[in-house]
Design a protein around this ligand. Structure first.
Ligand code: PHE
Length: 442
């Protein structure tokens, strides 16, 4: 059954949905702990440069492939370059999206559970014990993971315009209000001066540490959802008239603002309570609950608002991951959207059980890492950069300059040439470095 290719209702619908994908756990949780453990403002500066020099051209390239081909992540390449191996980029992207969602669903489940906890009075006992006990149990986290996945499946099931676009139009403004509200509140707690110094006044010696560059470039890719066919799939539902560079610029600026404002929630509160910003991955589920507890009565409400924010951000990213697989399998196996969504959603959830159980309930290790950490590293360090690299090479080296200018809508712009130069030489080299260091460090 071949259904007519769906389209976004409006350009803003597309921008908000794409922002929904970009703004996620990466902005609120990963950004803060990456910045916290990589020297604060030095990281921020390198991150901003990476977003501009790498994020912008790569996003524009993914957009142009999608809009030009009007096809899913794999077919896009085979349609534009038949019988050539470029489609591998799309294949890697679909695989990455599929695997990432399997563990993203687990973390989404955790955040739903915490939302529920704060709705019913907050968490009890020591936050660190509480967290490890919860993720270490077998049935509970899986149940929450399934609930989170059911929500994602429900939205994608309804379709591009009525599902993804409509929910993004509601969720993104709500997210913006919540994130700004919480930041303003956090800045009243007394740690603002230290937080601002930590975030915005760099220690120049930090720039000599190569790890910071890697962390910042990796974060730029992750937060903009690049290298997994999302930008490509989403832009394939665009009509050919819409302008790509301004959409990419809006998405990148807003995504970065979200990350910085999230930092303004987390760091002032951390400093106000004398906690260490380089706490690491446990930041959201252990350190923040400790802070919420310390706030007294209002802490439960603040915690509730925070975890609603966190869950919504995770959900709008999860649907973009699911949509990549659905768009591909639907066309590949000639199935309806509804059947494909249910089937792929269920298979992804089942694989995710392994990640969930690997957090303490059952010993599931791959190369000495828990299954969740393994899938995270395998996709993040290998699949994403590889898929992004092939996509960039595909456009910059196999399209004519005229085609590139035309399909990225940068024709006649003063910055077209420097942009093409960056995309052709700087971006691939930077991605190769990320790839190499990621593999060595693994
Ligand atoms: N960009 C999302 C974020 O910042 C993360 C994400 C990664 C979303 C991969 C989808 C796919 O959290």
């Amino acid at each position: 059954m071949v259904e007519k290719r769906e389209q976004w209702g409006s350009r803003w619908g597309f921008i908000l949905a794409t922002m929904g994908s970009a703004v996620g756990l990466g902005n609120i949780w990963r950004f803060s702990f990456a910045m916290g453990s990589n020297g604060g403002s030095a990281f921020l500066i390198i991150y901003l440069v990476s977003v501009l020099l790498l994020g912008f051209p790569v996003m524009l390239i993914e957009f142009s492939i999608g809009r030009r081909s009007q096809a899913d992540a794999v077919q896009a390449f085979s349609k534009l370059a038949p019988k050539k191996p470029w489609f591998l980029a799309g294949g890697l992207g679909v695989l990455a999206a599929f695997l990432i969602l399997s563990f993203y669903g687990v973390i989404g489940g955790w955040s739903l559970r915490y939302t529920f906890d704060y709705m019913t009075g907050g968490i009890s006992g020591d936050p660190s014990d509480y967290f490890s006990q919860f993720i270490g149990s077998a049935a509970q986290p899986v149940a929450w993971q399934f609930l989170f996945m059911a929500l994602s499946i429900g939205i994608v099931y309804v379709g591009v315009q009525k599902g993804i676009e409509l929910t993004s139009k509601v969720m993104m403004p709500l997210l913006s209000i919540l994130v700004v509200g919480l930041a303003v509140y956090s800045m009243t707690l007394g740690g603002t001066r230290e937080a601002l110094a930590f975030m915005f006044s760099p220690e120049w010696s930090a720039f000599t540490d190569p790890n910071i560059y890697l962390a910042a470039m990796g974060q730029a890719f992750f937060t903009l959802s690049l290298g997994m066919g999302i930008m490509l799939t989403y832009s394939s539902y665009l009509d050919p008239e819409s302008s790509l560079p301004s959409s990419a610029a809006i998405i990148i600026v807003l995504d970065t603002l979200f990350a910085i404002i999230s930092g303004l929630i987390i760091f002032p509160a951390l400093f106000a309570f004398g906690l260490d910003p380089s706490e690491g991955a446990g930041l959201v589920f252990i350190v923040l609950p400790t802070i919420f507890e310390g706030l007294g009565g209002i802490g439960t409400l603040v915690g509730l608002i925070f975890f609603i924010l966190f869950s919504l951000a995770a959900l709008s990213s999860a649907i973009s991951l699911l949509e990549v697989s659905v768009a591909y399998f639907m066309r590949r196996f000639n199935l309806s959207r509804k059947t494909t969504t249910l089937l792929s959603g269920i298979v992804i959830s089942l694989i995710g059980i392994l990640s969930s159980l690997s957090q303490g309930a059952v010993d599931i290790e791959v190369f000495g890492d828990s299954f969740l950490d393994f899938v995270d590293a395998f996709t993040g360090n290998l699949l994403l950069p590889l898929s992004a690299l092939i996509s960039v090479l595909f456009v910059t080296w196999s399209w004519s300059t005229e085609d590139i200018l035309h399909h990225t809508d940068i024709h006649g712009k003063a910055w077209a040439e420097p942009l093409i130069f960056t995309a052709k030489f700087i971006a691939p080299i930077a991605i190769l470095i990320v790839l190499a260091i990621g593999i060595i460090n693994w």
